[in-house]
Ligand binder design. Sequence first.
Ligand SMILES: Nc1ncnc2c1ncn2[C@@H]1O[C@H](COP(=O)(O)OP(=O)(O)O)[C@@H](O)[C@H]1O
Ligand SMILES: [Mg+2]
Length: 598
Amino acid sequence: EGGGTVRRSLREMRPYSRSIALLFVVSLSVVPLTILTPLPIKLIVDNVAGSQPFPEYLSILAPDPSQLSKEYVTALALGILLGGTVLSYLQNLVSIWLTNRVGNRMTTDMRVRLFRQMQRLSTVYHDTKGTTDSTYRIQNDATSLRSLSTDGLIPLVTAVLTLGGMMLVMVRLDWQLALIALSVTPFMFLFTLVYKRRMRLGWRKVKSSESAAMSAAQESLSAARVVKAFGQEERENEEFRFRYTETASAALKVLVEGGVYSMLVGVVTAIGLAAVLYVGIQHVLAGTLSLGALLMVNYYLTQLYSPLKDMGKKVLDVQMALAGMERFLEILSEQPDVPEKRGARWLDRAVGKIAFHNVSFGYDRSRLILRQVSFGIAPGMCLGVVGPTGSGKTTLSSLILRFFDPTEGVITLDDVDLKDYRIADLRNQFGVVLQDTLLFSTTIAENISFAKPEATSDEIVEAAKLAGAHEFIKRLPDGYDAQVGERGMKLSGGERQRISLARAFLKDAPILILDEPTSSLDVQTEATVLDAIQRLMKGRTTLMIAHRASTLRTCNSILILEPGGMSRLTDEVESSLQSLTAVGPADWKRTLIDGGAD
Ligand SMILES: Nc1ncnc2c1ncn2[C@@H]1O[C@H](COP(=O)(O)OP(=O)(O)O)[C@@H](O)[C@H]1O
Ligand SMILES: [Mg+2]
């Protein structure tokens, strides 16, 4: 499973391979620069202060070693010092620039892909996972590819090569010292191996528990009215504290483990350093090692352990990034519930003939919500749907919108299976008005033109007039430019429904789906909204889900959904609306005649 993630992550890096390769070359140039750093000290100590032979590997800089003046060697040492410093800072600058350029591009690309995929996924996915989990993934997991490549693997490989380069130089200077340094490294790798797995599991736990805590908090805040109404604030506080305490203790555990790991590495480092100094000074006293060379080894030692520690840390970072990649890839491999056929049909504007042929459907196999439902609606006609809460009315409308496919049976539009149409074309055929209208945090005008962004302001006003919304919009302080939604003004239920109707008028779709459009309104408001609804229904095929007889009277036929998935179709609208109360004692039927609220 882990290997699969690594392989798939490498494949994700392919589009950026040129930038990564360039960054790699720039990063690698740090290796010779690091190795050259202690050279000036060695030259000064051995060849200016002392009189050791001039190093052979620098013979290009001094064609005739016997003629070398101390001034020339001093100038050479200072030149290497200054030049090396300027080059390392330049290298650092270019590397930061490149890292962030390609890194930010990766993160943006991943965010866009996650967002696009989440839009493709079904409403069931969002209902079960919650929006906060999705936003968390977009915010945090989308940085994983960057953490893995530019911030993880490249520094890791650079560290390995720097380490190797310094080892080589040390072996040339004094193989015994190099051996001591080398003998310490296996312990570090051992610690890294042991802790890498633990930290990865720990981080995964922190991530999922943090995202669960955020979800719970957001849910509770967005349901503030319910929480207050039931006086459950204290319990929510407790729950909140509990979840965050859990997250904090998971995070603490990982951090402490990280600290223990650093300590073990640090102690092993110190032991190695002590051993090298002890042996090294003996060699200097015995004359087998020059003082400058010991200083050089000493410098390498302090630098040697830094790439080693880096390596350990980067291995852990890579583990963490892999946990994030797993979550990223998991979303991308999630299949949308309703796939689009290859070469699906284009549909400009439907005539509006809808038919169900023995349609059965259940969200899970064990429980069917609809059983063998059949009906047809001729173009321009209206089918009313009634039934108790939970009988599957909304589910039925979701099937027509193709949010799901039937478990059995076929749904057709203009005598063609819904599955044969391009999904975007199909959904473009519907105007939808739901029980509660969601407004976006923007102006009224933009809320109305949501389904038709290119609409002119005249068209928007015209639609608002038809929906009976123009009057109240004109009275708002900013009129059509008034801000509404979460961060703006609150509109009443009736006003929101009229905005929703204006959306439908503007979209001018051949089919209407009205899911209890008036059931959250009082009787007065309902009457005026119904007026607008009837105007909207003219010339359009309509599926009208409602509880109230007043709303259903305009329909041509009625589909009655019974609990348990059975259904009955009738053309005798008025008499069946009357008889529904006479037939059964069930409460929901009484509301049909009373016209009462549900
Ligand atoms: N996304 C879903 N996943 C699983 N079950 C669902 C989902 N939506 C609705 N249901 C269940 O399907 C049944 C019918 O729901 P629904 O169509 O909303 O009924 P109605 O609109 O008639 O009140 C209910 O028992 C409900 O719990
Ligand atoms: Mg419903």
